[in-house]
Design a protein around this ligand. Structure first.
Ligand SMILES: [Zn+2]
Ligand SMILES: [Zn+2]
Ligand SMILES: [Zn+2]
Ligand SMILES: [Zn+2]
Length: 479
């Protein structure tokens, strides 16, 4: 009984102890919690303890987590061990088995093989091209040459060579400094030095515009004929030089200086004397195309029979406004007429005779009657609005000549109407009209009929007419 009591007491005490322990733990925890909750400063040491405890616990927990991957690694190691076991069956032993060399266009290769039959290849780099000079094109002064380098594969490249310098011949009075190789012209011409119509430097005959009347007489001598006409720009005096018809020349003086020159033939130079600059008529291809250098305007009249050549030209000072529209010293009002072109008739005869003599024919004689018959027809066409050889009454040139007292003759007639556009300017004059007849075959045949002996012309301007300018030429001979 006593032993049983002791056992019961022991168990009882043990239970109390366990209970106490639980209570102590619980109360300690409670105390700490309270301290943290109520005190700031004093509690700090305890606080640190508490934080330290928590950290310590977390660390431990982390470490435990870290440990887990390590366990995985151990598992990997086990797998590798398995692979090694397979490798030991055959290890490839590669060695260079063949080589294909590269060229400059195709990549080569190195092939490595194992005894088992397995192989692999490595690509080799292209070789550089092997260029050498294959051809050289030398430069000139106008075209760049080149050096070409080629590879045996066909690939090539070229290097441009510098231009050579021009080989200049010195400037003369007819040409600026000029490259003898390519013809490039550089700078300006030298002035002419004209003595008696010939330049002492270039040796060419020089026709000078802008010189005075006395200078003209000094250079060209006395004229064979002089015609004075009154025009809207004042008096124009034409000095005619015709002792050599192949060198027929008209010098037209206006305001005391040579303002225009008509010249038959070629081989001469027009020179603007105030600046001593020359202007060489060279555009023979284009009949009646104006060449202008700002000082002089030149019109070239080209022969269309056979090979083209310059047959004559007319040059004027650019500022000189001369044409049929300027004739007669008065403003022409709408509906008005100008019929006093007798000076033009004479110039037309000279030019026509020049064309005849150029073709081996005898010159014609001027006929007042033929000129009157021509003028009557020009005026009639202008006033009555037609352009025909037969007038509105059915009458022809022979009828008109008969009215002037010329009867029983063989005759021919050329007519022309309208104006020319010279550099977009509407104009006309006896030089243009006569040459336009010469370049038209049917009209030229009339001009160059060998049997004709007499000639007349008549020009009119009628502001209210269809073509404004009307011109007629009449040729005849007695049976
Ligand atoms: Zn192998
Ligand atoms: Zn190559
Ligand atoms: Zn050159
Ligand atoms: Zn010269």
């Amino acid at each position: 009984m006593k032993r049983l009591f002791c056992l019961v007491l022991s168990i009882f005490l043990l239970i109390i102890f366990i209970s106490c322990a639980e209570q102590q733990t619980g109360s300690t925890d409670n105390t700490e919690s309270e301290t943290i909750g109520t005190s700031d400063t004093e509690a700090t040491p305890k606080d640190t303890t508490a934080v330290s405890d928590v950290t310590s616990e977390s660390d431990t927990s982390d470490l435990t987590t870290d440990t887990e991957p390590v366990t995985d690694t151990e598992t990997d190691t086990a797998e590798i061990t398995e692979t090694e076991a397979v490798t030991t069956v055959h290890e490839h032993s590669y060695s260079l088995s063949s080589t294909v060399d590269s060229t400059c266009t195709k990549k080569g290769s190195k092939t490595y093989s194992c005894a088992c039959g397995k192989s692999y290849s490595e690509e080799l780099k292209l070789l550089p091209h092997s260029y050498s000079l294959s051809s050289t094109k030398n430069s000139t002064c106008s075209i760049n040459g080149s050096k070409t380098f080629s590879c045996s594969c066909g690939s090539s490249y070229s290097e441009a060579l510098d231009l050579l310098p021009h080989s200049y011949t010195p400037a003369t009075c007819t040409s600026p400094e000029t490259c003898s190789v390519c013809g490039y012209k550089n700078g300006s011409m030298l002035p002419h030095n004209v003595v008696d119509s010939v330049c002492t430097i270039c040796g060419k005959e020089v026709l000078c515009l802008g010189i005075t009347e006395s200078e003209l007489i000094q250079i060209a001598g006395e004229p064979n004929d002089i015609i004075v006409e009154s025009t809207s720009v004042g008096y124009v005096t034409t000095y005619i030089y015709c002792s050599n018809m192949m060198k027929l020349r008209f010098y037209q003086l206006h305001n005391g200086k040579v303002s225009a020159i008509f010249s038959a033939g070629s081989g001469y130079i027009y020179c603007h004397m105030p600046t001593k600059k020359s202007h060489i008529p060279i555009a023979y291809d284009e009949n009646m195309q104006l060449i202008s250098d700002g000082n002089i305007d030149i019109l070239c009249f080209t022969d269309i029979i056979g090979s083209k050549k310059l047959v004559s030209s007319w040059a004027k000072l650019t500022e000189f406004d001369y044409g049929l529209n300027t004739v007669n010293d008065k403003t022409v009002f709408k509906g008005e007429e100008v019929t006093d072109y007798t000076t033009q008739n004479v110039l037309c005869l000279y030019i026509t005779n020049y064309y005849r003599m150029l073709n081996g024919l005898s010159p014609l004689e001027y006929s007042n009657e033929a000129s009157n018959a021509s003028l009557v027809h020009s005026i009639d066409m202008a006033r009555n609005g037609y352009f025909e050889h037969t007038d509105l009454n059915g009458n022809r040139a022979s009828y008109r000549l008969r009215n002037e007292g010329i009867d029983g003759v063989y005759c021919g007639e050329n007519i022309q109407a309208g104006y020319f556009y010279i550099n977009k300017t509407k104009t006309t004059n006896v030089f243009f009209i006569t040459h336009s007849w010469y370049t038209s075959q049917a009209h030229r045949e009339v001009m160059l009929t060998p049997e004709y002996k007499h000639f007349g012309a008549g020009f009119t301007y009628h502001s209210d007419s269809r073509y404004e300018y009307y011109s007629t030429q009449v040729y005849f001979r007695y049976p």
